[in-house]
Design a protein around this ligand. Sequence first.
Ligand code: SF4
Length: 468
Amino acid sequence: MGGMFGVVSNQDCVDDLFYGTDYHSHLGTQRGGLAVSNDQGFKRHIHDITNSQFRSKFEDVLPRLHGNIGIGVISDYEDQPLLINSRHGAYAIVTVGKVDNLDELVQAALAKNGVHFSEMTGSEVNPTQLVAHLIDQRETFEEGIAHAQRKIYGSCSIMLLTDRGIYAARDRMGRTPLSIGRKNGSLAITLETCAFPTLGYEPERELGPGEIVFATHNEIEQLKPPGDKMQICSFMWVYYGYPASSYEGENVEAVRYRCGEKLAERDDVEVDMVAGIPDSGTAHAIGYSNYAHAPYRRPFVKYTPTWPRSFMPQDQNVRNLVANMKLIPINEIMDSGRVLFCEDSIVRGTQLQDIVKRVFDHGAAEVHMRPACPPLIHGCKFLNFSRSRSELDLAGRRAVHDIEGDNPENLDKYADPDSDEHAAMVEKIRDRLGLTSLRYQRLDDLVDAIGLPKEKLCTFCWDGCEPG
Ligand code: SF4
């Protein structure tokens, strides 16, 4: 997915920029980048963070970086920030999201004389360069950003750094959040609000869907008001987001507790302990455990000192090995009988299958699983959520395929938690994972736990619903 942070200050902003960007490290695994503007122009650094943490890669750079305005990015895909010399003047740009119609927009651009793209990611045009190209087609940054928002299908939040300040634009449908914070003489814009407290920023407000602002160190000018439709990604609360962050006024940790409570409220299974698959299953499990008055235990702990979450090798076998190495079982706790795990979600289920086997190998009598969201049936078109190239990699969709073959007639019936088809799909997944029981969160309960109206939430990956 990726994350971004920007700061405009009346003094050097590099420390805030560095730490503020670092607080987005859980959102991307490929590239980290910083750009600042100072009286000598723009300075930009990009590093590969696939095998090491953002902070360790940038510590050497910091003493040479100075400026009062800067933007930073953790990117899950392409090199960023890009430095662009345009007819509007020089600027640096970062984006978060997914340009689902990238090929179509690139072909339309290339059909015009003189257009070329120099930045490539693999064999594809760098999506951030395409966004810059769309912006440059209009007379002003403001019009250009609005033009890009209209043209892009998928999602795209933008920060654009000039020598005067930062243009910040939240995705047209608000799939990803952006918030403004302020402290003496400085103004920051962030995807994750957990970046604010330790850096001393007071949250001021969130940008609405499609809203565009221009930030200087003492002023935020609204250039385009928010639209009236929002589809913020529900997965921000379930999995992506950091527990200390809030979006649309709803804190991630609190939503996860409520998810766990909702799961427990509908459950009737008797267990000896409740546990979370670390890290993002933990808060869901605490919510479940407190509601059900069942003891919360940690039969697995995560070894974080040398296995940061951002370490995500491309090879699936190596990834499975790393996932296995990270989770250390505690035998003394594990072998006490009936275990109920809460997990944020079941994407492919491959690693979960290994975990379930390990728990049984360590002497558990029963292993129950309670994912905090419904079965994933549709691939995400908006945020690069799953690396899977095929929807059939999704555990839910694969189960439907096992039941119906290549062309399922009606996926909606599988999304209905009260249908026989849904029950058959869940049973297939339970059987494949080797679980004693599997019960998913209902979508209506997830929506209640988040606390926003359903029509403001993107729920596409569960119910295929895509309001215009
Ligand atoms: S499809 Fe799922 S992961 Fe993608 S934006 Fe919507 S809720 Fe988020």
